[in-house]
Design a protein around this ligand. Structure first.
Ligand code: NAI
Length: 354
């Protein structure tokens, strides 16, 4: 497969080995540098770690940079890509699975290839999904505080038995499958909806149904599909109206799968009995940094935190030692693969003209 470089106005050469790592958190550096060392590249790659995000405003800092390493809330849109291209950037390495924040088409049209980490410990996100379900159901977050204050009353802590309940899984890829496997162990009935059906799931006892059937028959609905034009606001007021009363909704996938205003309405009317979020529509303004001393301006987010039956975590589903190691290792190997062969044999990479 041939890689075609866009020719106009490019400032640096392909031989540059500068790599710019954006949205760096303290916990990102060590596993990445460790994998660079394992690959024997520590003397070869010049890596700059930036704590700020990659956006059209910060893309100007990518002079003499060959590859950028980005995460879920970096804003790699067409404007940003045009600037990266001007500075000679040849590769965008996503250190995550979802790529809704990168305009892949714009990148490829400029001769910039894109890679991602399609699956890294799907169990880590699946287990966090279960943490949200169990916390909401058995109210362990409230019990923890009560017991510390010497309050051993059980009033208000009643949960329900998961065994025998019907759980609806939207998206049966690697994370959806891992969630199904755990919930099958709990003795739940599994309904699934996906645009592509997977026989192994049916053999394990789950049932593919229409989205409408899943919405109307599930006690718990958990989202595990990517964010795209078809799935944007897949949970809106119409979908919520079809759900049974007291439904539990869990979103560990991408915030904009859920219409926040419709969810708030559903919580106020008590149609939604439980809500667990690891992702939020406008999370890029908030997540991954400390805003404890700020006045948070997002009124929808603030309203969501006031409900007693809502648990929100700040996009930490992926956050296990094992997952960080896998993310770093795959990202290093994606960049290495891109640099060494520049062909499309690595399935994690999309190249221009592929
Ligand atoms: P995957 O690509 O293995 O599975 C996604 C599934 O969704 C596929 O089976 C696909 O056919 C299905 N799908 C696509 N369009 C659909 C539609 N319109 N309706 C129903 N199903 C549809 O992805 P994986 O690894 O399971 O990840 C799922 C999502 O989880 C990612 O897209 C990402 O947004 C999110 N994620 C969240 C993390 C976190 O830390 N909270 C970490 C990693 C991923």
């Amino acid at each position: 497969m041939q890689r075609t470089d866009a020719k106009d106005n490019v400032e640096s050469s392909i031989e540059s080995k500068n790599i710019a790592f954006f949205s760096t958190q303290p916990y990102d550096k060590a596993p990445f540098l460790q994998q660079v060392a394992v690959a024997g590249l520590d003397n070869e790659w010049d890596i700059q770690f930036h704590s700020y995000s990659l956006t059209p405003s910060t893309a100007h800092l990518c002079k003499n940079t060959e590859a950028v390493v980005v995460f879920v809330n970096d804003q790699v849109d067409a404007e940003c890509i045009a600037i990266l291209h001007k500075h000679g950037v040849k590769h965008i390495a996503l250190r995550c699975a979802g790529f809704n924040n990168v305009d892949v088409k714009a990148a490829l049209s400029k001769g910039i290839s894109v890679s991602r980490v399609p699956a890294y410990s799907p169990q880590s996100v699946a287990e966090h999904t279960l943490a949200l379900i169990l916390t909401l159901n058995r109210k362990t977050h409230k019990a923890y505080n009560r017991v510390r204050e010497g309050n051993f009353s059980l009033n208000g802590l009643m949960g329900f038995t998961l065994h025998g309940k019907t759980i609806g899984i939207i998206g049966t890829g690697s994370i959806g499958k891992a969630v199904i496997s755990i919930l099958t162990g709990f003795g739940c009935n599994i309904l699934c909806y996906d645009i592509i059906e997977d026989k192994t799931i049916v053999n394990a006892g789950a049932h593919y149904v229409s989205l409408d059937t899943l919405l109307t028959e599930s006690h718990i609905i958990s989202l595990h599909c990517p964010l795209n034009e078809r799935t944007f606001h897949i949970i809106d007021s119409n979908a919520i109206n079809r759900m049974p009363d007291d439904v539990m909704i869990i979103n560990t996938s991408r915030g904009a799968l859920v219409d926040s205003k419709a969810i708030i309405k559903g919580l106020k009317s008590k149609k939604i009995g439980f809500l667990g979020l690891d992702v939020y529509e406008q999370e890029s303004e908030l997540f991954f940094s400390d805003h404890s001393g700020d006045v948070i301006q997002d009124d929808d987010f603030q309203r969501l935190t006031t409900f007693p039956n809502v648990v929100i975590t700040g996009h930490q589903g992926f956050f296990t030692e094992e997952a960080l190691r896998e993310i770093a290792s795959t990202t290093v190997s994606n960049i290495q693969h891109y640099r060494s062969t520049k062909t499309g044999q690595n399935n994690n990479i999309v190249l221009p003209d592929s």
